[in-house]
Design a protein around this ligand. Structure first.
Ligand SMILES: *[C@@H]1O[C@H](CO)[C@@H](O)[C@H](O)[C@H]1NC(C)=O
Ligand SMILES: *[C@@H]1O[C@H](CO)[C@@H](O)[C@H](O)[C@H]1NC(C)=O
Length: 358
């Protein structure tokens, strides 16, 4: 049932999708998110030293990581083959178009991965990189293609008021920045867990209710419903393809995780920290509660939204985090983001598959 729904969504998307030229391409006949990681010596897809604009926090090799196996795993769906990522083809399909990632630093991670994948595909092509406030704009003038990242961790609004900062679960004004895009890839989750000094709001408002705090999963669900409503009302699917990056899993020791309720639902007792890990895990953990909410919301939407179901496959990749080779070194061990080259390259291979295959 669910598989059928997803397949139907892909077809809907692709029939309205980029013009596919050249030979008839193979159809995606399987659930590309079910499969396994296989060691493949032809990976990684790029050498991070050839990506001059890569941010320090993702550049694990430069930060001193010496093991390399984590870059050599390819995602292999059980029932079909993923197309090999073709950056030139991707850019041709993006000609005259604008693609935007909207979300938190996991979204930044995927955006950065894609810009590296595209740059190494056309190393001679001129590019520009510009940052204005929360907007990062990477452009290939020769292709008139724009690959952007807009930082907005909650998707909904935070407003500043005399008695504090208010997280507004039913207001989504930054949508004016996404308007008119050809491809949108959203993500939101990690910031919903922050408490104490990392929590960037003092109140939560929803409808007529104003509270100091609430169950974070419920807050997340309300905000994602606001997002879904906006998409259903405003997106024209003949112009804009909408994706949602599923929840990227952490492999931290649990101290970052919010309320004790969250601790139970995420089963932290199961989680190992990512330090020193050099190989993928064999078995994923139980479904992530935020992912379950996302799937439910997207299933009920009127407009087609393609969920990049990366949670389970990424959950196996305890070896893929920066760990002590992020921007904070041993002082700030990073088991949330991902080294580049690495796991987000696979997310982009899956995005590419969803965009080009029919
Ligand atoms: C470049 O693409 C934009 C849309 O993103 C379009 O409005 C513009 O006309 C294009 N410019 C050229 C020179 O093709
Ligand atoms: C958490 O995982 C442990 C070990 O696999 C298991 O025994 C326990 O029942 C799980 N707890 C919850 C709440 O799922």
């Amino acid at each position: 049932m669910e598989k059928f729904f997803i397949a139907a969504n892909i077809l809907l998307l692709l029939s309205l999708s980029f013009h596919v030229h050249g030979e008839v391409e193979a159809k995606l006949q399987c659930d590309i998110f079910k499969g396994s990681w296989v060691f493949d010596n032809s990976y990684p897809l790029y050498d991070s030293t050839k990506c001059p604009f890569i941010e320090k926090e993702f550049d694990c090799q430069k930060n001193g990581r010496t093991d390399k196996d984590y870059m050599k795993f390819r995602w292999q769906p059980s029932g079909c083959k993923l197309p090999r990522f073709n950056g030139v083809d991707f850019l041709k399909k993006l000609k005259g178009k604008r693609l935007m990632f909207v979300g938190d630093s996991l979204s930044l991670n995927q955006w950065q991965s894609l810009t590296c994948m595209l740059h190494v595909a056309v190393p001679e092509a001129k590019y520009t990189l510009e940052r204005i406030g929360g907007l990062s704009k990477f452009e290939f003038p020769g292709y008139n293609a724009s690959i952007m990242f807009f930082r907005n961790a909650f998707l909904v609004d935070i407003t500043s008021e005399p008695n504090g900062r208010v997280l507004r679960l039913d207001s989504i004004s930054s949508s004016k920045i996404w308007g008119g895009m050809d491809v949108l890839i959203f993500d939101s989750w990690h910031w919903w867990l922050h408490t104490g000094r990392k929590q960037p709001w003092d109140w939560i408002v929803h409808g007529n209710s104003r509270v100091k705090d609430m169950d974070r999963l419920s807050a997340y669900e309300k905000a994602m419903q606001t997002w879904a409503q906006w998409i259903d009302l405003h997106v024209d699917p003949t112009k804009t393809k909408v994706f949602f990056q599923g929840v990227s899993p952490d492999h931290a020791s649990g101290q970052e995780i919010g309320s004790s309720r969250m601790k139970n639902s995420l089963n932290v007792s199961n989680a190992k920290t990512c330090i020193g890990q050099t190989q993928p895990l064999r078995n994923p953990r139980s479904p992530h509660p935020a992912e379950v909410i996302l799937e439910k919301i997207i299933r009920a939407m009127l407009k087609p939204v393609y969920l990049l179901k990366i949670t389970e496959l990424s959950d196996l990749r305890i070896d893929g985090h920066p760990s002590v080779y992020g921007s904070g070194g041993h002082n700030s061990i990073d088991c949330s983001h991902w080294c580049l080259a690495g796991v987000p390259d696979t997310w982009n291979e899956l995005l590419y598959a969803a965009l080009v295959e029919n």
